[in-house]
Write a protein that binds this ligand. Structure first.
Ligand code: PSU
Ligand code: MN
Length: 362
């Protein structure tokens, strides 16, 4: 007993000395590179510091920071869809086209990722290219993985959940992607439920997507979203869309018919100080839905393969996406690209309406 107590005391003393050493290092950092704001004496938010403590803060690009400061519309974009969702070079081309679509619609794009340990909101073209080329050599980071990626100086692509965390930290309210994660088929037994759903319950960012893929259990996904208090609206339709197809067989809990209506929902949640996020599910444009049934069949086959090959956890979604693209000879990829661009246009319009509502205070 005494021995155990002595060991515990030694451990506490050793931890305390580490903490003191860290505090000294932090002080040194301030002396070294703590460019401070002349007026407030605080470390200037735009200063880049190489210290791990400072670099763990979300860092917005100058363009994004300036847009936010002047209440201009900004649209966050994720990077897992680039690194793990599509092959190179289509992934880079799509990422650049999606950013251009957001700009053409009058908003500033802010692609999110962790680059060499720094959480970033708004990437340069070179950084986007690095992530696109690295592909699955990037860490696929959900909220869970952010600290490990930043602390370890890694380059990580962010999923919907991690992108929401970074967007919120930077003050970005609207985020566009292809599809969100959900409850996997059989999730009631495996507990494989995407962290995206819990993030949507705790982080106030509006996610514009094409619904959830039928590789997931759509009914249970909607149930979990309700449990977590997530606002879910289908856009211009009554039915919750299923990514490659406009219909899922599940009615959406609510419907909006314009960017202004969506912005009003977002603003109302904000005024109520609700912490949860929103999902605006935009159906794939009809002209790109033609191969919906073929793609569905490929999805079922790919899912059976994951069971046979014992692919689990965060590797399931990237595997299925890759196999479905192969099995449909690239047709699923084409549809995927078309729907993301459509979402980008609508997301930018929602961000614009939201900025206008806030300017007018109405
Ligand atoms: N659905 C897609 N394409 C994707 C993803 C989902 O159609 O690229 C990505 C998103 O980044 C999403 C993540 O947040 O997969 C969910 O992964 P998981 O199922 O491991 O939670
Ligand atoms: Mn999972």
């Amino acid at each position: 007993m005494d021995d155990a107590r002595a060991t515990a005391r030694r451990r506490i003393a050793s931890v305390a000395s580490h903490v003191r050493a860290d505090a000294r290092r932090d002080d040194d950092d301030d002396d070294d590179d703590g460019r401070r704001d002349a007026h407030t004496g605080r470390r200037a938010s735009s200063s880049f510091s190489s210290s791990s403590r400072a670099s763990a803060r979300a860092r917005a690009s100058d363009e994004v920071r300036e847009a936010l400061a002047s209440n201009a519309p900004v649209v966050a974009l994720e990077s897992t869809i680039v690194a793990h969702g599509m092959p190179y070079p289509e992934n880079l081309r799509t990422a650049l086209e999606v950013e251009a679509t957001v700009r053409a619609a009058g908003a500033i794009p802010a692609t999110c990722a962790v680059v060499d340990g720094v959480p970033r909101v708004g990437l340069t073209r070179d950084e986007l290219e690095k992530i696109a080329r690295m592909g699955s050599a990037c860490v696929k980071a959900s909220r869970r993985d952010l600290g490990v990626a930043c602390g370890g100086g890694k380059t990580a692509a962010t999923t919907v959940s991690a992108t929401m965390v970074l967007a919120r930290a930077a003050g970005v309210d609207v985020f566009v992607t292809g599809g969100i994660g959900g409850v996997h088929k059989g999730g009631e037994n495996t507990m494989d439920v995407s962290a995206d759903l819990m993030e949507l319950g705790r982080t106030n960012v509006a996610v514009i997507c094409a619904g959830v893929k039928s590789i997931l259990d759509i009914g249970r996904t909607l149930e979990v979203l309700e449990t977590h208090g997530v606002t879910v609206c289908a856009y211009g339709t009554d039915e919750f869309p299923a990514f490659f197809t406009r219909k899922s067989g599940h009615k959406a809990p609510a419907r909006v018919d314009s960017a202004l209506e969506a912005a009003r929902v977002i603003e109302s949640n904000a005024r109520l100080n609700l912490e949860n996020g929103c999902v605006f599910a935009v159906p794939i444009p009809s002209e790109h839905e033609a191969l919906g049934a073929t793609i569905e069949a490929a999805i079922l086959r790919a899912l059976r393969e994951t069971v046979k090959k014992k692919i689990i956890g965060r590797d399931v979604t990237p595997y299925v996406l890759k196999r479905v693209a192969e099995l449909t000879r690239g047709e699923s990829l084409k549809a995927n690209i078309a729907l993301v661009k459509n979402n980008a246009k609508i997301g930018a319009e929602i961000a614009k309406e939201l900025a206008r509502l806030r300017r007018e205070g109405s």
